[in-house]
Design a protein around this ligand. Structure first.
Ligand code: ZN
Length: 426
């Protein structure tokens, strides 16, 4: 079954009552309102095209107490991430190279060995833990999507098919999985109950244990105009200021931070329990918090100016597509990540502007984009139809994709990137 068939919306009354998902304050301040959008992983089958589709308000707020940027919960996390989930982490080469390097570095830094315990939250198809398995370091994945958990087990990565929170953490800890390292990559933004999740990390950590989390950095989102990374499945958009407050509330200390290039600019934090004082807090933490303060991330006015830059980007993309259309040029889309659904729905770009999308993930082939209903085909379709423009939707991977698509210039085709503003690549 697709998500569309199972998803039920929260009641309007309960949505109205939702406060900040960290501090509970009433949400009054708009960060950006992107109109109505469907769930971004709700790939349509040909039969679904005859059916109506459910759209949800895609309206990001910023809490004026703790500065956590967030969307309200219209669909529960269980419905989005449980059951079958179409995103397999192993489909990107550069992502796997990034992960392999991380596993090498963190294993050395924490001196992990056969006696250690490593737990990854939202372990997907085992893309990361496979490298710990290679090193004979005991590890366990926690993954709510059954198809991803199954794919991980097939690779030899032990995986529990459950959601993570305090209850799961207590269960794992009592079974001997108190962890020397708890990993969470691109999951902190995806959890509706961030207090239950971060509280669970604290409970799962062994004395002296370390937690590393990677998440897209809000400052990069704003600077890079990455508004298309806002979608229902991403409940929070995180500054270090906000994450530090959340961790402190759960008696944890962020003692180191690295800025990494993934997903348009992310942070990797290293955290420990407050009482494990042997790990000193590095300058990196104070430096990035100071940069955020200097850029105004502790003042509400800063957040109010984002909406206009989003409107400008939309107008730029539409102008480009209208001009291409007027000149009789053809446009195809490369890559159908979740952010493509936000971008295309918000800009109102459907099959009239983009003839088809291609993606490397076979799960999406023969299906249609949520909302805009643009067909998704195998990558070979580009060479077969020779479009004038190929719009690269996963702009965070644009260098890797441009190298893969170098053959497009053979027929005079050009590659186009929509974010931070529409640009023709050379
Ligand atoms: Zn708040």
């Amino acid at each position: 079954m697709t998500a569309q068939q199972t998803a039920t919306a929260a009641s309007p009354a309960s949505i109205e009552q939702q406060g900040c998902r960290f501090c509970g304050a009433k949400l009054n301040e708009t960060f950006v309102d992107l109109g109505m959008s469907p769930l971004c992983e709700n790939w349509l089958t040909p039969a679904d095209l005859e059916q109506p589709e459910r759209f949800y308000p895609l309206h990001a707020f910023v809490c004026d107490e703790c500065y956590l940027v967030q969307v309200k919960e219209y669909v529960s996390g269980e419905e989005i991430f449980g059951g079958e989930y179409a995103y397999f982490s192993s489909y990107s080469d550069s992502w796997l190279a990034h992960i392999r390097k991380y596993v090498e570095n963190v294993s050395d830094r924490l001196e992990l060995n056969q006696e250690s315990r490593v737990v990854e939250l939202a372990s997907n198809d085992g893309y990361l833990l496979q490298y710990f398995v290679e090193r004979d370091i005991p590890c366990l994945g926690v993954e709510p999507a059954s198809n991803c958990a199954e794919a991980a087990r097939a690779k030899g990565v032990p995986t529990r098919n459950v959601f993570f929170g305090c209850e799961t953490a207590d269960g794992l800890a009592s079974e001997g999985w108190q962890a020397d390292l708890v990993i969470g990559n691109n999951v902190l933004a995806h959890v509706p109950d961030i207090n239950d999740f971060v509280g669970g990390i604290r409970r799962l950590l062994a004395p002296g244990g370390v937690n590393t989390m990677e998440f897209p950095h809000l400052m990069r989102l704003v600077e890079g105009n990455q508004f298309d990374t806002i979608y229902q499945e991403h409940y929070c958009y995180l500054s270090l200021i906000a994450v530090q407050a959340i961790y402190a509330a759960h008696r944890m200390v962020i003692f180191d931070v690295e800025e990494i290039p993934t997903h348009g600019g992310s942070l990797r934090i290293y955290a420990r329990r407050v009482e494990d004082a042997s790990l000193e807090v590095h300058d990196s933490v104070t430096r990035i918090v100071a940069e955020e303060r200097a850029a105004g991330y502790d003042r509400i006015e800063t957040y109010r100016s984002f909406s206009q830059q989003v409107v400008d980007t939309k107008n730029g993309l539409l102008n480009f597509l209208l001009r291409a259309k007027a000149e009789g040029k053809t446009v195809a889309g490369y890559g159908a990540p979740g952010k493509a659904t936000t971008l295309l729905n918000y800009c109102g770009v459907r099959g009239d502007f983009i003839e088809y999308m291609v993606d490397r993930n076979p799960y999406k082939h023969g299906r249609y984009m949520p909302g805009t209903r643009i067909p998704v085909l195998p990558v070979e379709q580009i060479a077969a139809t020779k479009p004038d423009y190929v719009l690269i939707l996963p702009w965070n991977l644009k260098d890797e994709i441009a190298a893969q698509l170098s053959y497009v210039c053979e027929w005079g085709g050009q590659l186009v990137c929509p974010i931070p503003e529409v640009t023709i690549l050379n």
